[in-house]
Design a protein around this ligand. Structure first.
Ligand SMILES: [Zn+2]
Length: 268
């Protein structure tokens, strides 16, 4: 088992399920036995289809719409130069397409899947490095670096964030999304959460643990958003006061980042 928290290095950890632990100091949850999957063609096609009822490529309109909202949030973070952006785990390049459409001159990606990295090059002409992020010694310097649902897969997530910090220009912005245990699934359906938790995830954040990790890496400003809205995971939508509950839930989520997934924005 692990003896230290992979985000804050604290030894104050305790088991919650078989190989899952929580950190008493920063609040994150982590697996002691996570192992990366083979992110092959199937991950974006048949595997995605099985989970979501459509392929990743078919999901372009929704993913692109979300990407534009994320771009807006990145713009708000700091007065950084809008030239160079790097998307780690860029999948089929839909976020990079949004970055290009929003004025970035140089868009680059890192993607381990052959199918996805080839798609980026052929469909959009993007410069995508097909490599395991943790094995790349030098990322170059960028004005913005993004990693959507990527950091939770890293064996050493804090090292990954340190590497990202070192690869950002002054005032540069790092944005990522990740699963969080400060949300209704962990809070109200713990056994189901543990059963559904992907085995390739090393860490689940909380807003507090993400903030602490980013400050530890050197980021000056951090902003966190709830990425999902699921009041029905707390009480049944059949209850007569459900609508009133939604209003309170929404306010609470906005103030605290309460959600099973979070979006995190940090400025250097
Ligand atoms: Zn910790």
């Amino acid at each position: 088992m692990d003896s230290f928290c992979p985000l804050c290095d604290s030894a104050k950890i305790y088991p919650v399920f078989d190989s899952l632990y929580r950190c008493r100091k920063c609040g994150c949850a982590f697996s002691g036995v996570s192992a990366p999957l083979a992110y092959d063609d199937d991950y974006f096609t048949a595997g995605y289809l099985k989970q979501y009822g459509r392929t990743y490529e078919d999901d372009f309109p929704q993913i692109y719409k979300t990407a534009l909202v994320r771009m807006e949030r990145i713009q708000k973070m700091s007065a950084y130069r809008k030239e160079r952006i790097l998307d780690i785990g860029c999948a089929l390049g839909f976020f990079l397409k949004a970055a290009l459409d929003r004025g970035f001159a140089s868009v680059k990606g890192i993607e381990i899947s052959a199918y996805a990295s080839n798609y980026c090059a052929e469909k959009f002409g993007f410069d995508v490095l097909r490599e395991d992020f943790e094995k790349i010694p030098n990322l170059g310097i960028h004005d913005a670096i993004t990693a959507w649902y990527f950091i939770e897969h890293c064996c050493e997530p804090f090292k990954a964030v340190e590497k990202i910090f070192a690869s950002l220009a002054e005032n540069g912005v790092f944005a990522f999304s990740a699963p969080s245990v400060f949300g209704p699934m962990y809070g109200f359906h713990k056994n189901e959460w543990a059963a559904l938790r992907p085995s390739d995830h090393r860490v689940d954040f909380t807003p507090g643990s993400a903030r602490r990790m980013l400050k530890r890496a050197g980021f000056k400003k951090v902003k966190i958003y709830a990425a999902g809205f699921h009041p029905e995971r707390v009480i049944s939508d059949k209850r007569f006061f459900y609508k009133a509950f939604c209003v309170i839930y929404n306010l609470f989520a906005k103030l605290t980042g309460y959600s099973d997934t979070i979006e995190v924005y940090a400025a250097k």
